[in-house]
Design a protein around this ligand. Structure first.
Ligand code: AMP
Ligand code: ZN
Ligand code: ZN
Length: 310
């Protein structure tokens, strides 16, 4: 029988990457410590600070929201309803249920209410990787929201597996610009825009799933239907095979880069102009968001519909 490294009681979880076992209570403590450690190391938040959590209804962002509240941060949520049938209905319900249970505030953006079409349509009308289109729209919506709510920081649930896979992809194509910007804390790109943080950067998918189970958080298990076949999923499989043979390699790969490698791709200062259409900072004459919207035959200046639902 494995024993908890903290209390020597019967272990409920074994982490091969750290060669350590925990009982339920001490695993939750370990998880919160890892979140707090990332927040301190990358100077993400000051104690008790207000933060807006982008919640998809999946395990990572709900674990993050729960952890931030448990650590005493004033964490509010925002969910983007992509209009993808049962998947989106289930995602929204998981976010609302959590907000009600924890007595936290939740904002909702509906892509269909705002643009009249679902995210499936918007991505189909653009010839670009689906997740990059969807990510650009979601970021735009977050930037708009904080101008109303006054949040300084937006947090996302990207975990160790996500970040290691992204790093692998960026290295594979030697994408220097992306490598320079891959960091768990990104300062505001423009006055009035939020900083972006990834407090789960030290925690694996296995750890966030286990945390949700132990804390009784109801999350939507299915991944986004639009992400099927995304190359990041394949990179995760590759890195998991590596991790299986060499436990701890994912954490070493990512943190080696963050601590030693990234500075070599140091941000080349880029000259930003204002987008001709919406005024957002951009390196081109029109920003990516406006170009995506136009290609989808939609008006980039449509005012996003947001409401507080909990
Ligand atoms: P993904 O790329 O789907 O793994 O999502 C990464 C992170 O983006 C999640 O952990 C959330 O913080 C955020 N996110 C993804 N989808 C949504 C959504 N529909 N609404 C709000 N935030 C989201
Ligand atoms: Zn214990
Ligand atoms: Zn624009």
């Amino acid at each position: 029988m494995r024993r908890c490294v903290k209390c020597k009681g019967e272990a409920a979880v074994h982490l091969k990457s750290k060669n350590a076992s925990f009982c339920g209570e001490h695993f939750v403590e370990h998880f919160l410590n890892q979140v707090e450690r990332a927040i301190k190391k990358f100077k993400m938040l000051s104690p008790g600070e207000r933060v807006l959590v982008a919640v998809s209804g999946g395990k990572d962002s709900l674990a993050l929201w729960d952890a931030l509240l448990s650590l005493g941060y004033e964490a509010e949520g925002v969910h983007v309803d992509l209009g993808l049938g049962d998947y989106s209905a289930g995602s929204r319900e998981a976010c609302q249920e959590f907000a009600r249970r924890r007595g936290a505030k939740l904002y909702l953006f509906s892509v269909v209410e705002t643009y009249g079409v679902s995210m499936r349509e918007i991505t189909a009308r653009n010839r670009r990787a689906t997740c990059s289109v969807c990510g650009t729209v979601k970021r735009y919506l977050m930037n708009r929201l904080v101008q109303e709510t006054g949040h300084r920081v937006v947090a996302t649930g990207h975990n160790l597996d996500d970040e290691a896979a992204a790093l692998f992809g960026n290295l594979l194509g030697w994408q220097e610009g992306y490598l320079a910007r891959q960091y768990p804390y990104l300062p505001p790109s423009h006055p009035g825009f939020p900083a972006r943080i990834k407090p789960l950067v030290r925690l694996s998918e296995f750890e966030t799933r286990t945390y949700c189970q132990l804390r009784g958080l109801g999350y939507l298990g299915d991944g986004c239907p639009l992400a099927k076949g995304a190359s990041s999923l394949f990179y995760k499989e590759l890195l998991n095979s590596l991790e299986e043979r060499m436990p701890g390699s994912k954490l070493r790969f990512l943190f080696g880069f963050l601590e030693e490698g990234r500075s070599r791709f140091a941000d080349v200062p880029v000259e930003l102009k204002e987008c001709e259409i919406c005024g957002q900072p951009t390196t081109a004459s029109t920003c990516l968001f406006c170009r995506l919207m136009q290609r989808a035959g939609l008006d980039p200046l449509t005012r996003p519909q947001v409401r507080q639902v909990v």
